[in-house]
Ligand binder design. Structure first.
Ligand code: ZN
Length: 342
């Protein structure tokens, strides 16, 4: 069906390698300390980088992931202390899902049930797999999907290592109309449809990256939730800002820029994000997509063992460090050190 959709790709369109997997997901949060505590203490992720928003250096940028913050495990937040709650609707990622070992279902059910930061916790079965769905304290929709795949997790004392979350399973994009987005995913990005099911007023279509199995088996799924009754997405706390996909290097990224232009999609110039290089564009359903390189990764400005232990700034802001440290909110990091003053 969708692979037969009309396409703007001409014979001159530069060929591109299929997308391997998700790279990271970035969302908006409100209270920085509460965000930091929930994702590290309750979900057991590692703070792999503490930096500032490169486009707004008075605010933090938190990166959570596995031990090394491998692509496909990384959930990032811009905590804006005074932002209102957003609306999770069409034109954005509406749910972010992690791989949960199947044997850990009861463990996570009890752990989430006991958390004051979790709302609307439910168990569902989707495409044959048990799923825990819930919202964090900002209303952000999260899911733990029983799936015995994924990279080595970060470990903490109160979560048995064989129960720890193992990177992303998928994201779900909410759309009023799925067809143009599915065309981009299947014709250009190398995804294929693997399942589909009605879900209330919506249709959920599950896709998987064609390269799954050769580049690792996590973060390779993507769900499209087509629902004409959804409100439009409105950015704010609890709302995903963008989803990033993995590309190997700058050369591949340059080819993508040309390829996307041939599809009528305008990508930004390459942005240096210190830990990866990125381009951004709006896919046809208005979701903000980023294509991010695997390199150099998070151990580029501090050793692996010390990731997330101090405020790191990109070179262009290092001269303003004293002022930035006065401006950003005071927070206590997982290791106990205190950053920020306001
Ligand atoms: Zn990003």
């Amino acid at each position: 069906m969708a692979t037969q959709a009309s396409t703007q790709v001409s014979p001159q369109t530069p060929t591109v390698q299929p997308i391997a997997a998700l790279h990271h997901v970035t969302a908006i949060a409100r209270d920085p300390q509460r965000n930091l505590d929930f994702y590290t203490e309750t979900l057991g992720l590692r703070l792999v980088k503490l930096t500032v928003n490169f486009d707004d250096p008075g605010t933090y940028h938190f990166y959570f992931g596995n031990e090394a913050g491998e692509p496909g495990t990384v959930l990032t937040f811009f905590p804006w202390a005074n932002v209102k709650r957003g609306v999770q609707g069409a034109g954005a990622v509406i749910a972010t899902a992690f791989n949960m070992p199947a044997a850990a279902l009861e463990f996570w059910w009890e752990r989430l049930k006991a958390s004051r930061d979790v709302a609307n916790l439910q168990r569902v079965t989707r495409f044959g797999s048990p799923v825990l769905t819930f919202e964090d304290h900002d209303g952000m929709r999260l899911e733990l999907i029983a799936c015995d795949e994924g990279p080595a997790p970060f470990t903490r004392d109160d979560i048995p290592p064989h129960f720890a979350l193992r990177g992303f399973h998928s994201v779900a994009l909410a759309l009023h109309r799925a067809k143009p987005t599915i065309a981009l995913l299947t014709e250009s990005m190398g995804y294929r449809i693997v399942d589909s099911a009605a879900e209330g007023t919506a249709t959920r279509t599950r896709l998987r990256a064609a390269t799954s199995g050769t580049t690792g088996t996590f973060a390779t799924y993507l769900d499209i939730l087509e629902d004409p009754t959804l409100p439009d997405n409105k950015l704010g706390a609890g709302v995903v800002h963008h989803v990033a996909f993995r590309v190997p290097d700058l050369e591949a990224q340059a080819r993508w820029q040309q390829h996307l232009a041939h599809r009528g999609l305008r990508a930004t110039p390459v942005q240096d994000r210190s830990y990866f290089q990125s381009i951004y564009f709006r896919e046809p359903g208005h979701v903000l997509f980023e294509f991010a390189t695997d390199s150099p990764g998070f151990a580029t400005d501090e050793p692996l063992a010390a990731l997330g232990g101090a405020l790191k700034l990109p070179p262009q802001y290092e001269h303003a460090r004293a002022r930035i440290e006065q401006t950003v909110p005071r927070i206590t990091l997982p290791g106990g050190s205190v950053v920020g003053h306001s």
